[in-house]
Every structure is written in structure tokens, then in C-alpha cells.
Design a protein around this ligand. Sequence first.
Ligand code: SF4
Length: 225
Amino acid sequence: MPAGNLSFHVSGGGDAAGIEWLFRAMGGAGRMINCAGFLERSGVNGPGLRAVVWVQGCPIGCQGCFNRDMWSFAKKCLVHEEELAERILAIPGIAGVTFSGGEPFCQAAPLAALAKTVRESGRSVVTFSGYPAEKLLSSRRKDWRALLQQTDLLVAGPFVRERRTQSSLCASANQQILSLSERIAPGIGGGEEGTGVEFTITSGGEVVTTGFPERAILSCGRRCT
Ligand code: SF4
């Protein structure tokens, strides 16, 4: 379990190939989220202090991705979106939640449900994706559209090693930052806010490293070890 500060309820049963088929076919397994990690508070994954959910599974395969352990769609930690929402809403003082990975749009349906609950509480949602913004925004997939509707700030595009940067929420200069609601103003995320490097020692004694310079050193900065 990568991040030691969330008590996941892991569902048993199912072989890896079966779980992979399920997640690819359904855009996430119904209301269950296959998590790679979780952090209650981060100051380097978007504006303000934010909870971060790293999802397991990414089909994009960027050259130079250091998070190859998050490529597999095999079951890691399955948690119900309502349970995760309850946990996030109980964290005092956070501005919202950030979805990273892995590829959040491969689990768009349960993440959209989670995001809706978080947003109804007045908090905001930041979603990272390795898919280009134009592909996401032009898609007619219901689950993708649902997640976009519940996303306030979208950071989109594959990681391109030759164009890596540390100056914004983007891991490489080709990526785009789009404000999709008035909750996070345009321009937020394009500067230094919500960037930097962060080390968190969890209650279980694990060190969670996230943010910059990971986005340069570890390629996509979505590491949760
Ligand atoms: S850099 Fe991100 S989007 Fe690209 S393969 Fe790695 S996890 Fe997937």
C-alpha cells in the first residue's frame, strides 16, 4: 500500500487480467476506485492545501515516465467513492482534492461521483491527465464528460521528456492548464503556486514524496511511494 495514511478497504477476489478488463471496459469499476495512493494534505498538487488521490492504471506509456508501477490496471487498493469522499470531507482546512495517477480518465465514472460530492461541499477539484486537452474536451464519452463537468482545473497532455519543466503544474511544456469553472480562476496553476517539493511522513512511518522536482526527476510527478 503506497500511502500509509488511508485505511483502504481492499476487496478480495478477481485475477489481474479480469480486473484490467473490468476497468478498461467500464472506465473504472462502477463506484470503486482502484487507488495507487492517497495523501490527506499536499501543498504542491494544485492551488491551496489539497488531498491527493493517485489512481492505479495508465495506458498512455509516455517515454521517460518514472511511474511505471502505476501503469498496470491490476487491482491495487479498491475503495468505494463514497468512502473516499467521506474521508476527504472530514479533512479540515483543505481547498479540495487532486486526481493524479496513473490516468484518472480511465476511472472517470467513480471519480466523477467522488468529485461531485467534494464540489457540493464547496471545495474544488483538480484533475491531471496524460490525454491531450482537445481529445478530452471533444470526447462524447459520458464518463469523461461527467468527470470534466466536475473538474475545476484540468492539467492535460502526455509527458514529453525533452520538454520537461518545473515552472508550473505542468510536467512538460506541451501540457495545458485549463480552468473549467469559476472556482479556480484562469491563470492559477500556470505559475509557482501549488508547485515545489514535499516530503510527508505518514503515521505509519512511510515517507511520501510528491511535487517538484519530481516532475522533472521522476518524469510526471505523480509519485506516491
Ligand atoms: S507520465 Fe503520467 S500519463 Fe504518462 S505514462 Fe506516466 S503516468 Fe501515464
